[in-house]
Write a protein that binds this ligand. Structure first.
Ligand code: HEC
Length: 126
């Protein structure tokens, strides 16, 4: 019994000391970008970690996977499917800072097989 407690104590200590992978707090730009994200309701079409609307792709790791200029192009002009929100240059920079901050929080892999050819998501009810 004592051994179990000892083991649990050591394990908790190790996890506490070495497994802290919380992202840093968002800086001012990322916080402003977060506000734009909420005001424009980007989440209604996009997901973080698979949660959100399913009209557009998951954006958890778009910053590291596609890069800043790619994001800027889409956010500034929209696409056939995504609206152009007519954001100011500063707002676009802030949203990009926000998405880059989210990217540092972890990895969210979306299988190619769950994306329909129209760009929407196939939700399986297994
Ligand atoms: C009406 C739904 C909708 C809303 C709202 C929306 N998007 Fe999108 N977004 C899309 C779709 C659909 C795509 C895929 C583009 C395509 O295939 O034409 C996309 C693509 C993107 C991409 C590129 C992703 C990739 O992996 O290629 C980024 C970045 C993005 N959106 C950011 C945003 C931001 C930031 C907002 C809010 C300001 C936003 N979106 C709001 C529908 C939306």
């Amino acid at each position: 019994m004592l051994l179990t407690f000892l083991f649990f104590g050591c394990y908790s200590g190790i996890v506490y000391l070495f497994c802290d992978n919380k992202p840093d707090a968002p800086d001012a730009a990322a916080q402003r970008g977060w506000k734009v994200w909420q005001e424009k309701n980007c989440q209604s079409c996009h997901q973080f970690y698979g949660l959100g609307g399913y009209m557009g792709p998951d954006l958890t790791n778009v910053a590291s996977q596609k890069g800043t200029s790619y994001m800027r192009g889409i956010i500034e002009h929209g696409t056939g499917k995504m609206p152009d929100f007519h954001l100011s240059n500063n707002e676009v920079n802030d949203v990009i800072a926000f998405l880059s901050w989210v990217d540092k929080s972890g990895k969210s892999q979306v299988a190619d097989s769950s994306v329909h050819w129209t760009g929407t998501y196939i939700i399986s009810h297994k």
